[in-house]
Design a protein around this ligand. Structure first.
Ligand SMILES: Cc1ncc(COP(=O)(O)O)c(CN[C@H](CF)CCC(=O)O)c1O
Length: 366
């Protein structure tokens, strides 16, 4: 048998409605030949921004006008553009463990980035204060990679933090917020913000296809002006045909139906995997069983080191990533334990047993 994937990066394209997508693409070509023959608006076509604004208002409670939406080919690109347009001195604080690609991007742009440890509610507010940062990067819906869902109390504390100085902002990366299996959807942090302090980012990488590179950012008015002044020369970098296709995919209700279908599909698959992992590893595994997203963190009791497990996984043809990928500053490893990121989007039901057997060999339990 070939490679099996417990990667958190994959998405399950076996369930994507390609026929509907192609129908929407045909409609986009029929209706928008003229627009496709011109340069799109730097922030993306207005009607697509309007559709996205309406969608995130309905699904996430985000309060915004289409003028505040900026579309881009990936969240990293949007964050790079935002940071290039920041006028005052920016000092950043990020969650640790956190999203290493943003950390690397921000360090490469030579911003000071403080790492803030998490407590059970997400970013620790005292440490955020101590960091002297004026821009916090947080993932409140489903902390990446630990999965913690930030309670309203901590969200209020963060918003209060942002009020203490008018150069303070919070970047809410709402990644992976579409998949919630038990808890109903907690509205976005941005929906609680009454002082235009929250920058909101989202992506279609997990709900449609990562290869499409369609992501979006919602800027508060002041930052939108800075962005527009700084980036007048910019041309929209996401593919306009894909954007108009997305517009019809959402308008026709296909998007909502697909996300609902995938929620059910992932919920069932996640449960099967968690159940089998528990029966196989028994007391040697503990799972942060937060019913959301396309991966969860599992802690294994083993004397093996991260390097050994990662090397063994390759030999077993099992694609899996460890918490080391997201420990942004070297943290002492807990003795006798390792944490792995267990992704299940790309694991077919019939491969669950085989994948877990291979995992057992890697962590040296069986
Ligand atoms: C925290 C977080 N915010 C945004 C994105 C979305 O980025 P984009 O598709 O460019 O819009 C990701 C995507 N993460 C990737 C797939 F899971 C890569 C993970 C890895 O590098 O381990 C992410 O983790």
């Amino acid at each position: 048998k070939g490679w099996l994937s417990l990667s958190h990066m994959a998405s399950d394209i076996t369930k994507f409605p390609f026929k509907s997508w192609i129908k929407c693409q045909q409609k986009a070509i029929n209706q928008h030949k003229q627009e496709l023959s011109e340069f799109p608006h730097p922030q993306g076509p207005f009607i697509v921004r309007k559709t996205i604004a309406r969608m995130i208002t309905l699904s996430r409670g985000v309060v915004c006008e289409p003028e505040q939406v900026v579309i881009g080919a990936g969240t990293q690109l949007l964050i790079r553009q935002l940071m290039e347009s920041k006028t005052e001195k920016t000092r950043i604080a990020m969650e640790n463990p956190g999203y290493s690609r943003f950390y690397t991007l921000l360090k490469n742009m030579e911003f000071p980035v403080q790492l803030v440890d998490l407590d059970n509610k997400g970013m620790n507010i005292e440490r955020a204060e101590q960091s002297k940062a004026n821009l916090l990067f947080v993932t409140p819906s489903h902390q990446f990679p630990t999965g913690k869902i930030m309670p309203i109390s901590r969200r209020i504390e963060l918003l209060n933090w942002s009020l203490q100085n008018n150069d303070r902002y919070i970047l809410e990366d709402d990644y992976d917020s579409e998949f919630k299996y038990e808890t109903d959807n907690i509205p976005s942090l941005q929906s609680l913000d009454r002082n235009q302090r929250v920058i909101y980012t989202g992506t279609f990488s997990k709900t449609i296809l990562p290869g499409l590179r369609i992501s979006y950012m919602v800027l508060p008015p002041k930052l939108l002006r800075d962005y527009q002044n700084h980036h007048q020369h910019l041309i929209q970098n996401s593919n306009a045909l894909a954007l108009y296709t997305l517009h019809y995919f959402i308008q026709t209700g296909e998007y909502d139906r697909h996300v609902k279908r995938m929620n059910h599909y992932y919920k069932v698959k996640r449960k099967k995997l968690v159940t089998y992992l528990r029966s196989y590893f028994k007391h040697t595994i503990s799972i942060e069983d937060i019913p959301a997203g396309l991966h969860f963190v599992a802690t294994f009791k083993t004397e093996k080191r991260y390097e050994e497990v990662e090397t063994h996984a390759k030999k077993e043809k099992l694609e899996i990533y460890s918490m080391r990928r997201f420990m942004l500053q070297h943290q002492p490893k807990q003795p006798g334990k390792i944490k792995l990121i267990i992704g299940f989007a790309n694991l077919q039901d019939e491969d669950i047993e085989e994948a877990v057997n291979r995992l057992g060999k890697c962590v040296g339990i069986h």
